[in-house]
Design a protein around this ligand. Structure first.
Ligand code: 13P
Length: 257
């Protein structure tokens, strides 16, 4: 983290795990343990149907709300899809784009990610753009090239002013839901490489200010070490964001002096 130059953001990604009726008890439990996140912004990204309850109860616990996906189209005949301005109308602030599960199971490509980034920015949503390599790609030694391509494509035609609204989440696929975390050094190395890509595209000032999260089996035990790294500005947390005590402990880790 480097709080002097950029915001630390601890974001939960609930995936397809919590029902609307689960939101209030979760929010109350977190609020009771963490009175107010002082040094970091806290976010929960929730399934669409949970968003009204999330906006009501999580905000009372000083937690911002994000969606887990959005349509690349602004409106029209796309049965089952949800547009960016619908999320904005509800009061949603963030949206996860290009999570590896969407790439793997729903055929999203870097180009789709770029279209969704533009859809989100045009409506005023803040994208959390996910990038990361598979185990095979890591073993082939192509992690940095791959992540560079993902970042460059995601940000194609994004202006220097718009890019200030973007959060990048580095999530190595082999570390998601597996209990295997990247070591703090491995995670920092890729986050630093992403910052270098941003510097090349937008200059040093933008690169210094962009929030880059790590995601992949981050939990209450390893959060402190990961967040102590200079280029890791927060976390995108799956499993541990479902348990109030664990999520609160990660927020505490981000509040370290
Ligand atoms: P886990 O924390 O469960 O590994 O999930 C990480 C993730 O995919 C967050 O988007």
């Amino acid at each position: 983290m480097n709080r002097k130059y950029r915001k630390t953001i601890i974001a939960g990604n609930w995936k397809m795990n919590m029902k609307p009726s689960d939101v209030k008890p979760f929010a109350e439990a977190v609020k009771a343990i963490v009175p107010r996140a002082k040094w970091c912004e806290t976010v929960i990204c929730a399934p669409y149907v949970d968003l009204p309850a999330a906006l009501k109860y999580l905000r009372e616990a000083h937690i911002s709300v994000g969606a887990e996906n959005l349509s690349e189209h602004p409106k029209g005949a796309y049965t089952g899809e949800v547009a960016a301005d619908m999320l904005v109308d509800l009061g949603v602030k963030y949206v996860i784009i290009g999570h590896s599960e969407r790439r793997q199971y729903f055929g999203e490509t870097d180009i789709t990610v770029n279209k969704k980034v533009h859809a989100a920015l045009e409506a005023g949503l803040q994208p959390i753009v996910c990038v990361g390599e598979s185990l095979e790609q890591r073993e082939l030694g192509v992690t940095e090239e791959l992540v560079t391509l993902q970042v460059k494509t995601a940000l194609a035609d994004v202006s220097p002013k718009q890019v200030r609204k973007i959060v990048i989440a580095y999530e190595p696929i082999w570390a998601i839901g597996t209990g295997k975390t990247a070591t703090a050094e491995q995670a920092n190395e890729v986050c630093r490489a992403i910052r270098t890509v941003i510097r090349g595209l937008y200059g040093a000032r933008v690169a210094r200010a962009i929030t880059i999260q790590y995601g992949g089996s981050m939990n209450e035990k390893n959060a402190y070490e990961l967040l102590s790294q200079p280029d890791i500005d927060g976390g995108l947390i799956g499993g541990a964001s479902l348990v109030p005590e664990k999520f609160a402990a990660i927020i505490e880790a981000a509040n370290q002096e």
